[in-house]
Design a binder for this molecule. Structure first.
Ligand code: ATP
Ligand code: MG
Length: 317
């Protein structure tokens, strides 16, 4: 692949999409350069899949434009489509075929000749770490191996922009790491990557720039350092609790130094100035509310804290 790092590869401007009353994508603009990994970080229903479906030309926007590799992307045209590799959130592989047969099938579908596809399939199997298992039927694969093959299919035609929609959901730690490493390798080779996730650790590890998306809007964008600097020196305190989590969380609102509070399934997440100094008061309040306290985690500002500060919600509720 010959790409010049820093070349503007993809640009979405003023995208809107509504489904009935739901404004799924509300004025989203973003751009990605060659060799850059852009993360779209947001909770369930934020508009990530809708945004990338528009970017990949699968879904028509109500308003706005998408340019990829110098071509305008539109659902009714195949222009620019060869530059895009989309790895969908839902698996799109054939369980009765082996990994190699799946790749051969999709290579034929992309119009690749057998001569071109054979070496490329070998390369792709290597990138996704499935060379040893290439002759096994994919119905026997673990969830993580199926996900890796799903990525391989998106890579077959050597796209310049790879779009991955939450590729690590429900995979084992080993496959997860393999997926993250593949993305790092591809990005290092100059591919532009658009990576959606609701795991902030992945966005922090992989992404050069991150757009935080909520309710269809990109509410903040920048490098990890820029985003965390925007909320100052606050610390994030995550306290596991059993009992009435929402009630326990509400008791912490208004406590001195506490700026934001959100409830997760089994934890409260607090944003506080000088968090360590506030910890005893916070624990006292929680105990007073009858909450059973488990582990306590105190962290410097991270993307989770940025999300909480901007939305008043936890990323994972
Ligand atoms: N085809 C559709 N018809 C109606 N509503 C839709 C459709 N697709 C998406 N939506 C709605 O648009 C909003 C955004 O959905 P989207 O799938 O883009 O979110 P997401 O960020 O990808 O979420 P997740 O993390 O759960 O995959 C949601 O409220 C969803 O219910
Ligand atoms: Mg989605």
């Amino acid at each position: 692949m010959t790409v010049i790092p820093g070349t503007r590869l993809a640009e979405a401007s003023g995208l809107h999409k509504t489904f009935g009353d739901i404004h799924a994508v509300n004025d989203v603009s973003l751009h990605i350069d060659a060799g850059e990994t852009y993360g779209l970080l947001g909770p369930n229903g934020a508009g990530k899949t809708t945004t990338i479906s528009i970017l990949a030309g699968l879904l028509e926007a109500d308003e706005g434009t998408v340019m990829v590799a110098g071509e305008r992307i539109r659902p009714r045209s195949t222009r620019g489509r060869a530059a895009i590799g989309l790895v969908p959130q839902d698996l799109a592989i054939y369980p009765d075929l082996t990994a190699e047969e799946n790749l051969k099938f999709f290579a034929a579908l992309y119009g690749m000749s057998r001569r071109d596809s054979a070496p490329r399939i070998a390369e792709v199997l290597d990138v996704i770490g499935l060379t040893d298992r290439r002759k096994d039927r994919t119905s026997k694969y673990s969830g993580g191996m199926k996900r890796r093959l799903n990525i391989g299919i998106g890579l077959l035609h050597s796209p310049r922009l790879l779009i991955l929609d939450e590729p690590t959901v429900g995979v084992d730690p080993q496959s997860r790491n393999a997926i993250l490493e593949s993305v790092e390798t591809l990005s290092g080779e100059g591919m532009a990557v658009l990576y959606t996730t609701h795991y902030m650790e992945e966005a922090e590890r992989l992404c050069d720039r991150i757009g935080i998306i909520d309710s269809g809007r990109v509410i903040a964008e920048g490098t990890r350092a820029e985003l965390t600097a925007s909320i100052g020196e606050q610390e994030r305190i995550r306290i596991e609790v059993t009992g009435q989590v929402a009630d326990a969380a509400s008791r912490l609102r208004g406590l001195d130094g506490v700026t934001d509070v959100a409830a997760e399934d089994d934890a409260v997440v607090v944003l506080a100035d000088d968090g360590s100094a506030r910890l005893s008061a916070i624990i006292e309040r929680l105990a007073g509310a009858g909450a059973q306290i488990g582990s306590i985690d105190l962290a410097r500002p991270d993307l989770e804290a940025v999300f909480l500060h901007l939305t008043g919600k936890a990323l994972r509720e």
